[in-house]
Write a protein that binds this ligand. Sequence first.
Ligand code: FAD
Length: 440
Amino acid sequence: MSSPSKEKIAVFWHRRDLRLHDNAGLYRALRSGYKVLPLFIFDRKILDALENKEDKRVMFIYDAILEIKDKLNKMDSDILVEHGFAANVWKELITKYNIAEVYTNGDYEPYATERDQEITDILAKENIPFKSFKDQVIFEKKEILSGQHTPYTVFTPYSRAWKDKCNKFFLSSYPTEKYFSNFFSHTKPDIPSLKEMGFEKTDEDFPSDKVRDELLEKYEEQRNYPALPGTSRLGIHLRFGTISIRDMARKAFDTSNTWLNELIWRDFYQQILWNFPQVGKGKAFRPDYDKIKWRNNEEEFKAWCEGRTGYPLVDAGMHQINATGFMHNRIRMVTASFLTKHLLIDWRWGEAYFAEKLLDYDLAANNGGWQWAAGSGTDAAPYFRIFNPTAQAEKFDKKGEYIKKWVPELNSLNYPDPIVDHKFARERCLKAYKDALDKS
Ligand SMILES: Cc1cc2nc3c(=O)[nH]c(=O)nc-3n(C[C@H](O)[C@H](O)[C@H](O)COP(=O)(O)OP(=O)(O)OC[C@H]3O[C@@H](n4cnc5c(N)ncnc54)[C@H](O)[C@@H]3O)c2cc1C
């Protein structure tokens, strides 16, 4: 075992890439010529803001770290796990270890980019380079630009350009396994317990990290029906990088163009967040939409959160998200539309609620989805297209199986009357949007 302080090493900082396999930054670190110390920081800036101390996403991350630890231990190495504010952790690490270089993978969220700049500056004072690589998307930042060299803001031409550019090079895995002998061999440090970090152990009934080819082959046919297990449920794994996007994109090319398009939507919203960071800071992508006079009725918001709107499909979705941390995509669209258009409640309220509840919560995709529903987003449907939740149920839950599962009280006296009449809400919404946009 080496002493932590003597040997010059490279540090690989895991964040949204909780795996050793096919990891771009880790691959570069392992080939750097230095032994590599893997690191994960339970960042207090993020954890302290989580109100629910039984947040299952913390458990998911914890499990993923334990899995990495187990694999590294078998190679006579280990992962260093810290709990604290990232800048403080780094200031301490540079005094403890002889760090030559730091490797990581890019994160496009506003907080992450600010934090990474702060760490870059801290390390630069010690002449330690901070090297960041693309890993969580196939194409990032400004890799896909329009003919005018501007970022695409409409999905279809973006996806066409994405597919034109994509080839074997971008889809190849990074063969980290070849270099596993380059992990730093050190005494096994303890991992802070969940309790020490202020969290409780929760159930670990997370979706599998595997998706069957048969599901993907039927994806196009089945994906819109919330009663069917027709989608991959890989969101949480893609969010925390327990699977590789390159592996998934290759699978998509082999099985389903429709599923590939969903993965491209993911890249699309990540590049929107990077190129238009204001969307991640509470601003409408289309500034005119910030003039809408939201009603923001708190009682109605509570009824929506608790699945008591009297619209069965909306209530089913809210019961599903509250009970499981997952909501089917079609129902995310319906519930988001209902909140913003039927109840005229600011999309930011709904965005924050989903952020708290979704296991696969991702700022870029969630913000993109909410702004799409509110009409204020990049590739939004025109505002006058308003989902009718009853018609949506007739189309996508014909036999009422999804609704029966999540709203068993439907036919009882306890089930509420509709919180608002559809026709009335539609007219009210059109007027509010028109008033705001006419002022522009
Ligand atoms: C209001 C609203 C909020 C949303 N919030 C999130 C969120 O926080 N996190 C999130 O990952 N997705 C979000 N989505 C997109 C989509 O609903 C989920 O990705 C999908 O339902 C996850 O289920 P799945 O893993 O079975 O996906 P599949 O249908 O199997 O798709 C595979 C993967 O593609 C990606 N993907 C699919 N659809 C989209 C999309 N429209 N935009 C971006 N990526 C997509 C996801 O990573 C997903 O896991 C949101 C959509 C709406 C309308």
